[in-house]
Design a protein around this ligand. Structure first.
Ligand code: PEP
Length: 251
């Protein structure tokens, strides 16, 4: 049995005041979480603040990105894996569609970042997903397959024992349009099946989150699908009550 995992992607939101209020709300309800792994991923500058403000070790902290360079050095503006490790970050979101689309991150760069994170024992949350155009033109599976292949080529199937995958249809992110549970399950099954073709034991173990407009009222049905093991939550993770309700729906 896979233990579900829900992570909150706070993106570039927050201030010390709003983050303290959000974390206070999470602290108040953290003992209700149940059988689910939970993480929040604040903007990097607030990672330590969140870590120190969380009173429960039921909630881990992750980053939203990391430098592709394996060691620190002359890379202005970047944050290394060692630095994330120094602040006890357990996870890092990689290959989010916003980083791919807005900052031009390629499959190869994402794969390199996954490799660097694994080396530091930080669990990558590897995001994959298609645009609406790709879905409608019938290339969805090949797009997702090549996003996975880029990482498989660099780290190999065995490393997927230590990788979380987040399937995030781009058309569902921040739009209020959610993939139907059946649509999401189809893609999750495809992803697990692809990995099973390489190593069935690892495919059975790998956590595949769904992300894209998950809310308290649709979480239970999505997480009830056979191959959906929790979620990567954007907007709704900025509200403590909503985020906790979503986590509880997975547990
Ligand atoms: C995300 O950005 O990873 C995400 C899933 O966002 P939202 O939940 O707001 O659609």
């Amino acid at each position: 049995m896979r233990k579900p995992f829900v992570a909150g992607n706070w993106k570039m939101h927050g201030s010390k005041a709003s983050i303290l209020s959000l974390v206070t709300g999470l602290n108040a309800q953290a003992d209700q979480l149940g059988n689910v792994d939970v993480a929040v991923c604040p903007p990097a500058i607030y990672i330590d603040y969140v870590k120190r403000s969380l009173s429960s070790n039921a909630i881990s902290v992750g980053a939203q990105n990391v430098a592709a360079e394996p060691v620190q050095g002359a890379f202005t503006g970047e944050i290394s894996v060692e630095m994330l490790k120094d602040f006890a970050c357990d996870y890092v979101i990689l290959g989010h569609s916003e980083r791919r689309a807005i900052y031009g991150e390629t499959d190869a760069e994402v794969a390199q970042k996954v490799k660097v994170a694994l080396t530091a024992n930080i669990t990558p949350i590897l995001c994959v997903g298609e645009t609406l155009e790709e879905r409608e033109s019938g290339v969805m599976e090949s797009v997702i397959a090549s996003q996975l292949d880029a990482v498989l080529d660099v780290v190999g199937i065995d490393s997927f024992a230590d990788i979380v995958i987040a399937y995030e249809p781009i058309w569902a992110i921040g739009t209020g349009v959610t993939a139907s549970p059946a649509q999401a399950q189809d893609v999750h099954e495809f992803i697990r099946g692809k990995l099973a073709g390489l190593n069935s034991a690892i495919a059975e173990k790998v956590i595949i989150q769904y992300g894209g407009s998950v809310k308290p009222d649709n979480a239970k049905e999505l997480f009830g699908q056979a191959d959906i093991d929790g979620g990567l939550i954007g907007g709704a993770s900025l509200n403590a009550d909503d985020f906790i309700a979503i986590c509880k729906a997975a547990g």
